[in-house]
Design a protein around this ligand. Structure first.
Ligand code: WQD
Length: 335
């Protein structure tokens, strides 16, 4: 079985490539290295002992995408390639709409032309905005996006809905909660460019002395300790969810042409919970201060994972402390 992984040298993509290879799949990666490093390819190879086929080009280059699908028959496509910085998307919306939606359209059109099927899409819980009910099920209302980044995920799901209705394409959109951690080998992990916007890389960089202090964005939320709650899922557990979703399509077990699954742990953790868990997992004291809320942040989001558990037969296995310990060991590998 051969699988195309777009954005396969990125954070979630690289961990998914490792799990695909562990599961016996042949993997071909397309990545334009805009938010990843070529060294990740050799790190994947050193973990699994198998070097994935690698094609370096931009999915916005439509002739290149068509040529790839004409010369590569694959059993499935896992589409990670996208820009994903929320703040940057607010400053540069057209970059996000063009990159995230243009690349998606090129891949889908080439799939239809070359009659290739089985599409796994990297979506996000951000489509729910601040959901009214916790935990969040797949039937929770889709809310107006809080950022152009989030809107590209929402629009992409609409594109998949219309395309799977009109053509014989089967797709699963995995709505990730908050992916964190790194591979236990500490050979691959998150590689934030510049100052990290996300909590966990900022935590590990503060513990490593790269930053003086972590700012906790707000302790006046209506939550038990006043800090915002998220569902932090280990990136290896998240990667494994892609394998079961892909197999569901390859084995024609999907019940509708487009399916959605919330991929989280089902457990909410506050920012302070994360800090205490990090200190416990690493025996490192973390220097932090409370500052005002960050604009656009929601109070609370954690997944109802019943559908993924029952339909996909998948559930997360690693704990918050496992993920924080792995993130720290990965941080220690950084020059
Ligand atoms: C988590 C919590 C912050 C940094 C975003 C995207 C989402 C997905 C994951 C791509 C919040 C707090 C953070 C810091 C802090 N990205 N925080 N100090 O905002 O839940 O989700 O990243 O798919 O789509 O929206 O993740 O890690 O930025 O923040 O206190 O220095 O940590 O306020 O409560 P978020 P995050």
């Amino acid at each position: 079985m051969k699988v195309l992984v777009t954005g396969g040298l990125g954070f979630i993509g690289s961990h998914t490539v490792v799990e695909l290879q562990n599961d016996g799949f042949k993997v071909v990666i397309i990545d334009n290295l805009s938010n990843s490093k070529i060294e990740v390819l050799e790190q994947i190879t050193s973990i699994t002992g198998i070097k994935p086929q690698f094609e370096e080009f931009n999915l916005l280059d439509k002739p290149k995408v068509e040529a790839f699908f004409n010369s590569n028959k694959v059993d499935g496509i896992i589409h990670f390639a996208a820009s994903k910085a929320v703040g940057e998307s607010v400053e540069r919306p057209l970059l996000y709409y063009n990159n995230n939606l243009g690349s998606l359209l090129n891949v889908l059109e080439a799939m239809l032309v070359s009659k290739q099927d089985n599409f796994i899409f990297s979506s996000s819980c951000t489509v729910y905005g601040q959901a009214d009910v916790m935990p969040i099920t797949e039937n929770a209302p889709i809310k107006p996006a809080e950022s152009p980044y989030g809107n590209t995920k929402k629009i992409a799901e609409d594109i998949l809905n219309d395309t799977t209705n009109a053509h014989s394409l089967n797709a699963i959109a995995l709505r990730y909660f908050n992916p964190i951690g790194a591979h236990p080998s500490a050979k691959i992990g998150e590689l934030p460019i510049g100052v990290p916007q996300n909590l966990i890389p900022y935590v590990t960089q503060t513990a490593a002395g790269i930053h003086e202090q972590l700012s906790v964005f707000g302790d006046d939320y209506p939550t038990p300790d006043g800090t915002a709650i998220r569902d932090y899922i280990h990136v290896v557990d998240l990667a494994k969810a892609h394998i079961v979703a892909l197999k569901r399509l390859i084995e024609n077990k999907n019940k509708t042409a487009l399916e959605f699954f919330n991929i989280g742990t089902g457990k909410g953790s506050s920012v302070l919970d994360v800090i205490y868990a990090f200190e416990k997992a690493t025996n490192k004291k973390l220097n932090y201060k409370i500052v005002p809320r960050r604009a656009g942040d929601i109070t609370e989001a954690y997944a109802d994972t019943t559908l993924a558990n029952t339909e996909l037969g998948w559930k997360s296995e690693k704990s918050l402390e496992d993920a924080l310990g792995d993130a720290w060991r990965w941080q220690l590998q950084q020059k």
